[in-house]
Structure formats: structure tokens, C-alpha cells
Design a protein. Structure first.
Length: 506
């Protein structure tokens, strides 16, 4: 069988960096082919070459046996190749429908935009994803998980023969992942080749027919799924074995740091009427409190309300170290010793035009000021310990933050908060889009911070992550608290039953 795509000694160099070198393997028509590797292994670069985003590279790509060199994404799309990027690429001021057909707008016979047709076809695509997004909703008003589904709908609208999915489930919950997998099955039944980049080994071994591993820009090997196992794949990815993590040693629970009582956050104009309703919780020093729930359950809204980043229309009571508080701005929460790492690292966490030191020093910048100006030497002194403590791998404190892997960028954001030494740390899906090696390092960091006395609330779209790190797990369903489990009681099945409203305590 002629491969639909063949990579032949593909290479790519950026200034001072070899991103890819001599990569050779094939894609077979109708297969699901997983491409695995750590952040920086070259996966996304290779897929950007295949999809026409990067036109300058070494080596050769054959499409249906014929050499092809795309000058842009339009060339790739004309050959039936589309990509769903890991980093969201939406125009936030446009509607969902306008984003789906951006650059390929439907027009009336008079040449005017045919909004009605685009909205109708967008609705059909979103329905195929079993996604209740209004085609007329502004993309910028959607939660990150819905934005991810919108990116997927955009790619599906191209009706391609090869569909590249670069971490398509990184912001999706278990239920949304199941919906996407049903769509993938339907596409494969039509003969579409799926190329899936994923750090989630359970996902890879559920979907893939074959698996290709890249490490440091080089092709390690391509194997049939049945001929390997997750542990072997992760070993090839990092060049060493990654031990499974479960922090069994009991943490010493300290005094109560946070109390939430009867927290309700209205949702004007929505049939439900609320984003959160009557939520209560306690959080102690030296404890990791996990928060589980499906998309739209209110996980992010809970953390944003505590942090003063939600609409100040909530009712109920929040106490920090026994003192009643009502934050109207995140600066108030910071002053009270609360820090938050947001779920959207690119849009809400990083300052891409600033270097590593400037990104880390932001929250404690006053400590680097001398004579009204930021002192480079003082800034370096200020951030040196947080960078060391979080294990950031960087060429230097003044290296570009955008040149770091996702895991190291996330460590920089956590390090930013360590500068001001918070007592409470809110982590909203902190390992989204991070490879297995970097996840293990972040787990160790979070555990260490907690054992040093920090109180942590952790949300995650991955249940194994919550089970790995949490001392207790709360479950939200449509804004309401439906269950609480201790570390010993919690299982994936119980959490999913509680998240879907079918859990009955035994």
C-alpha cells in the first residue's frame, strides 16, 4: 500500500537549535498514528512542516507517492491535509461560525457574507462534536475547553484526508474526550488518516494503530501499538524510565487556611441561573484539595471567585485564616497570601515579550526597584531562588520565555508566585499540554510546596492526576458540590459517577 504521507530525512534548524534531524517514517491511509515525545522533541515542528506552516526545511515529504513542498497552509489544505494546533488560533472578537470559516467565508450571489449559511453549517459541525456552542457566540467569551472544540470543528470543516491533531484533548474533560473519540472513529470509517500528538498514554493506547517516538528532534522508532506498552514508550521518549507517582506518605495537615460557606455565583441570562450554587469547603495548610468535574461544572469559576477574578456578584462567605474577605480584584487576594496559576498559560499566564526573569519577577517587582527603576542585578537576585527551586531549565535568566518548553513555562509561572511566598496556591489544570517527564517534575514540586506548609487547591481534567496528588477530592456537577472523597475512598469510577450525577454512597 502506498503511504498517504512519507517523511524522508526531514530536518529543521532554528538559530542555535536543531529542532528536527533526519526524521523518516510513513503514514498509512485510514490509520490513527500517534506521535509521542517530550516537549521540545520536534513533534509540533514536524506537523507544522506537514501542514504548510513551516515551508523552509531539509529532506523531503511525499504525499500519495509524489514529492510535495507546501508554501503555506492553503497548499496543504488543497492536498487534503489539515491541522488542529495545540495553541489556540482563534480571533476572539469573531463569532464561532466566523472562526470556523475564517478565510473561506461563504458568500451570497451578490458577494456578501452569507452568515446564515455559515451559522447553519457551523451548527451541524458542532452538533457532530455533541457540543452545545452557539455558532453566534463570540469566541473570546468561550471557556478554553469550548475554544478547543471550536478549533476541532474548524479542522473538520475542511473534510481533509489527513487530519493532524496536536494535543486536541489537552483542555477537554473525560466526557468531551469520549465525544471526540467517537468523531475520530467516524472519520476513520470514512478513510481519513488521523495523526495524533498526545502526552496521554491511555489515550494513545486507546486510539493508535501505530506509534512513532521522537526524542531531541530525532526519530527513535515506529511500532505497532500491540507490540509495546506505555512504560516502554515513555522510556523511549525521555531516554530513561519514568516511575509512577503516588504520594502515599501522609502529609502533616496544619491549621485551616481557607473556609468557603454557601458560595453562589449568579449566571444572568442562562437557564440554570448560576455558575456555582451553595458550595462549601475547607482547606488546611499542608493539604492538596482536588476539585473534579466535567466541563462547565464550575471548577475554574470556583478558583476565580476565591481569587477575586470573577464578577463580584457572588453571595456566601469566604474566610482566609479566620478573617472574612471579599476580594474585588486579584491584587486583593495576592495581598492576603493567595496565588493562582490559570488554566490558559498562553493567554492568561505568560508575557511573551518579556524574558524569563521579567516573567518571574512580576508579582514581586517592588523588590527589584532602585531609584524608581528596575535594577537588573536586583531582579536577577530576586528570581534566582524561585527559578532554582522550581527546576526551570533555561539558557539564562534573560532568555526568551517563548523559547522554553510548556513545562518550564509553567514552572516559571509557579516561580513567579514563590517570589511573594503565598500561603494558599490555586492551580487550575496546571499540567495541561505538558509531557510526561515535565508532569512528574511538577508533581514533585507541588508535593514539596505542600509539605513545606502551603495549602493547595488543584483542578485537573485528568482524574489520575487528581488521584495521584490529592489528599481529598471534591466533585462539582453543574455548579453544585455533589461528593467529597478522602484519598483512600477516591476512585476514577466514583468520581465520574459523582460528576455525572449517578453516584450513590454505599
Amino acid at each position: 500500500m502506498t503511504p498517504i504521507v512519507a517523511f524522508r530525512a526531514v530536518g529543521k534548524r532554528f538559530p542555535g537549535v536543531v529542532a528536527l534531524e533526519g526524521v523518516t517514517f510513513d503514514l498509512v491511509p485510514g490509520e490513527c498514528h500517534a506521535v509521542c515525545g517530550e516537549n521540545g522533541a520536534g513533534k509540533s515542528t514536524l506537523m507544522k512542516i506537514l501542514s504548510g506552516v513551516i515551508a523552509d526545511y531539509d529532506g523531503e515529504i511525499l504525499v500519495r507517492g509524489v514529492p510535495a513542498r507546501f508554501r503555506g497552509t492553503r497548499d496543504a489544505e488543497a492536498e487534503g491535509i489539515a491541522i488542529i494546533h495545540q495553541e489556540l488560533n482563534l480571533v476572539e472578537q469573531l463569532s464561532a461560525a466566523a472562526n470556523i470559516f475564517l478565510g473561506r467565508e461563504k458568500r451570497t450571489p451578490l458577494g456578501l457574507l452569507d452568515d446564515a449559511t455559515m451559522e447553519r453549517e457551523a451548527a451541524a459541525l458542532l452538533a457532530a462534536l455533541e457540543c452545545p456552542i452557539d455558532p453566534r457566540a463570540e469566541a473570546g467569551t468561550l471557556r478554553i475547553g469550548d475554544q478547543q472544540l471550536l478549533e476541532i470543528a474548524k479542522a473538520l470543516s475542511l473534510e481533509s484526508d489527513v487530519l493532524i491533531m496536536d494535543e486536541p484533548t489537552s483542555a477537554l474533560t473525560e466526557t468531551e474526550v469520549a465525544r471526540l473519540e467517537r468523531v475520530i472513529a467516524r472519520l476513520r470509517a470514512r478513510g481519513v488518516t488521523i495523526v495524533a500528538i498526545s502526552h496521554k498514554m491511555d489515550e494513545v493506547f486507546r486510539l493508535a494503530d501505530r506509534i512513532t517516538v521522537l526524542r531531541d528532534g530525532r526519530h527513535v522508532r515506529t511500532v505497532d501499538r500491540a507490540a509495546t506498552n506505555p512504560r516502554e514508550i515513555t522510556g523511549w521518549m525521555v531516554g530513561r524510565e519514568i516511575a509512577g507517582h503516588r504520594f502515599h506518605e501522609t502529609r502533616d495537615r496544619g491549621p485551616r487556611r481557607l473556609e468557603v460557606r454557601g458560595l453562589t455565583l449568579p449566571w444572568p441570562g442562562h437557564p440554570r441561573g448560576y455558575r456555582l450554587e451553595d458550595v462549601s469547603l475547607d482547606l488546611h495548610a499542608g493539604e492538596i484539595l482536588g476539585v473534579a468535574g466535567l466541563m462547565g461544572a464550575g471548577r475554574t469559576e470556583l478558583l476565580e471567585t476565591i481569587f477575586g477574578a470573577a464578577e463580584p456578584t457572588w453571595t456566601g462567605e469566604i474566610r482566609v485564616d479566620g478573617r472574612a474577605v471579599r476580594f474585588t480584584h486579584p491584587a486583593d487576594a495576592c495581598a492576603a497570601g493567595i496565588a493562582m496559576v490559570t488554566e490558559d498559560r498562553k493567554r492568561l499566564g505568560l508575557f511573551p515579550d518579556l524574558d524569563v526573569a521579567a516573567n518571574v519577577s512580576l508579582c514581586g517587582l517592588r523588590g527589584a526597584v532602585r531609584g524608581g527603576l528596575v535594577s537588573r542585578r536586583r531582579e536577577e537576585t530576586l528570581v534566582a531562588e524561585p527559578v532554582r527551586a522550581t527546576g526551570v531549565k533555561t539558557a539564562g535568566l534573560h532568555a526568551a520565555i517563548t523559547g522554553l518548553s510548556g513545562g518550564n513555562q509553567q514552572k516559571c509561572i509557579i516561580g513567579r508566585w514563590l517570589v511573594v511566598q503565598p500561603r494558599i496556591l490555586l492551580l487550575d489544570d496546571p499540567t495541561r499540554g505538558i509531557d510526561v517527564g515535565a508532569k512528574a517534575e511538577l508533581y514533585e514540586l507541588i508535593d514539596r510546596l505542600c509539605r513545606d506548609g502551603m495549602a493547595v487547591i488543584l483542578t485537573s481534567s485528568e482524574l489520575p492526576e487528581l488521584l495521584t496528588l490529592s489528599d481529598r477530592i471534591l466533585v462539582l456537577t453543574e455548579g453544585r458540590l455533589t461528593a467529597e472523597f478522602s484519598r483512600d475512598e477516591a476512585t476514577e469510577q466514583k468520581i465520574m459517577e459523582a460528576a455525572t450525577g449517578s453516584y450513590a454512597p454505599r
